[in-house]
Design a protein around this ligand. Structure first.
Ligand code: FAD
Length: 467
């Protein structure tokens, strides 16, 4: 039986980062992954492939709609979906191979197969051919991630009634894609196909899209996506999805109780993700799950069995790759006796639509509910020289600061490159900057980042220069 100090089950951004950090700290480390490629959901069927298709479709959209504005005249561009998907697969292939390289470089032993507990210190690896191998490990980190949530009354056929995984592999551009769920994944993949020419209709149970983000972002994103031609049925609960040949029919009820019937050729079910522990046999190790099937952990990400930890999508909290990675690092350092800490309030959230949406810290609604007195600075992207130069004028940056201390409590933005811009807000808030601190820092001109300075000027003393 092979023996290790730490064994990580699952090679997503939580698991592989945990394994590398464990190896860096001198632990003899193993990682078990059931699929032949490393990287988990994020690298194989999540963050990376979706961003590859978002980038390709954005190029296509710009060629079709925006090039002429810039004085570039081309014949009508054609979308070659097969090539886009092949390119996406190349990106995924390079990225996942990069993780295998990092495992070798850090002398981490990799096992391909399903990992399952035999006891709190013994793990069985069942390979594809049915053969098994036993591992003994002082510590184990569960990083088995999540799977798309399926509504009980919807049968996924994975051809026309699909999840995000199949949406990344379509053979044709849908004529009419119906997206169930107005969250991040539905809007990103809806955007891909909208840009490629599909009609896209989003059906969302809540009264707004991206419901957990600041309400101002939800409203603005709804407006710009509508302008791009996406249709929304909000406050509408799907009741059934039927397929008839190449047609799919979604029947739903809106808040007035009226029946809404939408017909299309593909339905993307994007109603969230659920923790994945199937096959892990946690009960043999005595590890408890919570009422939603997540591995129960304390503030040190330790389960009720002291040598077993859990991280990422399989535990409570935001289902984000960078959150999983931070947790992987934290657990490795805890096992090494260090005292790491994660500030969960400063895990940024991003939606890679165009314009992009990004946020960190508390929303205006949360702060109001907590009774915190705030002052708010807003700056519209269209007032920036950089935005006018590129033509990306939609969106704004909103900075919420404490009314008395001026400390920045939340930054919410929608606009070009918001996914990258949010890093400045994270740094500022990590160091507990005031809005005035940000407003007094020099920001290169012309950049989208000047919007941060201007919004900070507006928040701290209503003295934005360019608006
Ligand atoms: C379409 C899409 C787009 C996304 N875009 C983003 C984004 O832009 N940014 C972002 O931050 N997040 C994004 N996410 C979310 C992100 O992918 C997840 O938050 C992240 O992958 C979670 O990492 P993890 O390590 O917890 O688990 P996962 O990445 O899910 O990895 C878990 C791994 O464990 C393996 N496994 C499970 N059980 C076993 C077992 N018993 N034995 C061996 N192996 C096992 C699985 O095969 C898998 O490889 C996206 C998700 C999707 C679906």
């Amino acid at each position: 039986m092979s023996q290790f100090d730490v064994t990580v089950i699952g090679s997503g951004p939580g698991g592989y980062v945990a394994a590398i950090r464990c190896a860096q700290l001198g632990f003899k480390t193993a990682i078990i992954e059931k699929y032949p490629t490393m990287g988990g959901t994020c690298l194989n069927v999540g963050c990376i492939p979706s961003k590859a298709l978002l980038d390709s479709s954005e190029h296509f959209h710009n060629a079709a709609h925006n090039f002429a504005d810039h004085g570039i005249i081309i014949n009508e561009p054609k979308a070659d979906l097969a090539r886009m998907i092949a390119r996406k697969n190349e990106v995924v292939d390079q990225t996942t191979k990069g993780i295998s390289f990092l495992m070798d470089k850090n002398k981490i032993t990799t096992f391909e197969g399903v990992g399952s507990f035999e006891s709190a210190t013994q793990i069985k690896v069942t390979k594809n051919d049915g053969s098994t191998e036993m591992i003994e490990s002082k510590y184990t980190i569960i990083a088995t991630g999540s799977k798309p949530t399926v509504l009980p009354f919807i049968t996924l056929d994975k051809e026309r009634i699909i999840t995000s995984t199949e949406a990344l592999e379509l053979k044709e551009i849908p004529k009419h894609l119906i997206v169930i769920g107005g969250g991040v994944i539905g809007l990103e993949l809806g955007s891909v196909y909208k840009r490629l020419g599909s009609e896209v209709t989003v059906v969302e149970f809540m009264d707004k899209i991206i419901p957990t983000m600041d309400a101002s972002l939800s409203k603005e994103l709804n407006k710009v996506l509508r302008k791009q031609g996406m249709k929304f049925n909000l406050s509408t609960g799907v009741q059934s999805v039927e397929r008839n040949g190449d047609t799919v029919k979604v029947t739903a009820k809106n808040k007035k109780g009226e029946e809404v019937v939408i017909e299309g050729d593909y339905v993307l079910v994007a109603v969230g993700r659920s923790p994945f522990t199937k096959g892990l046999e946690v009960e043999k190790a005595g590890v408890d799950l919570d009422e939603r099937g997540r591995v129960k952990v304390n503030e040190h990400l330790q389960t009720n069995v002291s040598n077993i930890y859990a991280i990422g999508d399989v535990v409570a909290g935001a289902m984000l790759a960078h959150k999983a990675s931070e947790e992987g690092t934290m657990v490795a350092e805890l096992i090494a006796g260090q005292k790491p800490h994660i500030n969960y309030n400063l895990i940024p959230g991003v939606v890679y639509t165009w314009p992009e949406v990004a946020a960190v810290g508390k929303t205006e609604e949360q702060l109001k509910a907590e009774g915190v007195e705030v002052k708010i600075g807003n700056f519209p992207m269209r007032a920036l020289g950089r935005s006018r130069a590129s033509g990306d004028v939609d969106g704004f940056i909103k900075i919420i600061a404490d009314a008395k201390t001026d400390e920045v409590l939340g930054v919410h933005m929608i606009g070009a490159r918001a996914a990258d811009l949010i890093a400045e807000a994270v740094v500022a808030m990590e160091f507990r900057a005031s809005a005035e601190d940000i407003s007094r820092m020099s920001h290169a001109h012309p950049t989208y980042a000047e919007g941060m300075k201007e919004a900070a000027l507006d928040a701290t003393a209503k003295i934005a220069i360019h608006f």
